[in-house]
Write a protein that binds this ligand. Structure first.
Ligand code: FCA
Length: 338
């Protein structure tokens, strides 16, 4: 009993110090929230990644359109997330959108948001609560399984076009098994390849740590390539562009070129650097996903939730478009990304 009292006392003090529970700004006469005073946070797990920089860019466009203040914070670990929520509370923010550094932090983040009287929406990575179930927090993510299927389809079609023999070809998938949206993407690609007749025993999965970057993918791919040598042609897929680029770079380090590698990413913005190179690389295509929807729409939904009381849909899943070296400029321009 005493212990519980002590703990809740400490929490209360922490929240007080953090400025939680600060009254919302109101207009002088009506007592309704002052729309001009709205502040919204946008927290992302990997602020250096082009995907997240683009989400911020489009969220800022929503802020400019509606006239609210957007506070962008890079939150690479749990401590940074909790500190960011406290800072937002001190700034009088009434809600935030987050792509968490770890989905298992969901319950702690939701509790802190509640204590600070802030609305909460997740983007990209969905909170996991008790019993491995997704938490009941409005979410916008990609339709990971379907996009993975489209990756598998693109790999298979290009392999057929090149006339590669099945027995000469292996496939590597670089992914975070611990993150549902990542696993669903690579499971989707695998499922489609197997459905086409690709042999199951030649699809290898390279696991990533909690940070998905070209460098961590490069390491994962090298481990996999050391285990599976003497393969003539490789198909490369992964949870995002970074993981496929890591695989392609590892293959280049072992003498493979665009002629014997077909890589299909998910994202578009990171992978396109390879299409700007004079000579094609093994990064053949990507499923373009929409940082515009994920950034602009989540910020807009949060703003309407705060100012009009309209709760965002529980789950929105966005789709992807296949892009390649020869058409990425046209399609990305149409999508407002170039
Ligand atoms: C996850 C990945 C990102 C991006 C996003 C849509 O958060 O880590 O690279 O693919 O989903």
């Amino acid at each position: 009993m005493k212990m519980t009292g002590l703990i809740s006392g400490v929490c209360a003090v922490t929240f007080l110090l953090a400025g939680c529970g600060k009254p919302a700004a109101t207009t002088a006469n009506t007592g309704t929230p002052d729309k001009n005073a709205v502040t919204i946070g946008f927290l992302v797990k990997q602020p250096d990644e082009p995907w997240f920089r683009n989400e911020w860019k489009f969220a800022q466009q929503a802020a400019d359109k509606y006239g609210f203040k957007l506070v962008k914070i890079g939150t690479q670990d749990g401590e940074k997330v909790l500190a960011a929520i406290d800072n937002l509370a001190a700034l009088g923010a009434k809600g935030f959108i987050i792509c968490t550094p770890n989905v298992r932090l969901g319950p702690a983040i939701a509790a802190r948001a509640k204590a600070c009287n802030m609305k909460l929406m997740t983007v990209d990575d969905r909170f996991v609560g008790t019993g491995d179930a997704f938490m009941d927090v409005p979410h916008m993510g990609i339709s990971a399984g379907k996009i993975g299927n489209a990756v598998g389809e693109a790999l298979w079609e290009e392999m057929q076009r090149r006339g590669w023999k099945m027995e000469d070809t292996s496939a590597m998938g670089i992914t975070q098994k611990q993150l549902e949206t990542a696993r669903e993407r690579t499971d989707g690609a695998t499922e489609t390849l197997l459905a086409k007749g690709f042999p199951k025993d030649r699809v290898y999965i390279g696991p990533l740590p909690d940070k998905s970057e070209v460098s961590t993918a490069f390491d994962a791919a090298n481990v996999l390539l050391t285990q599976h040598q003497g393969v003539k042609n490789w198909l490369v897929f992964g949870m995002n562009d970074e993981s496929v680029l890591g695989g392609v770079r590892a293959l280049e380090g072992r003498g493979y070129t665009a002629d014997n590698v077909i890589g299909v990413g998910i994202g578009g913005s990171t992978g396109m650097v390879d299409w700007k190179k004079e000579k094609p690389t093994g990064f053949y295509a990507a499923l373009l996903i929409s940082p515009k929807r994920h950034g602009f729409e989540t910020a807009e939904l949060m703003y309407k939730w705060i100012t009009e009381g309209v709760e965002p849909p529980k789950l929105t899943l966005t789709s992807g478009i296949l892009i390649r070296r020869d058409d990425y400029q046209k399609i990305m321009t149409e999508q407002g990304l170039l």
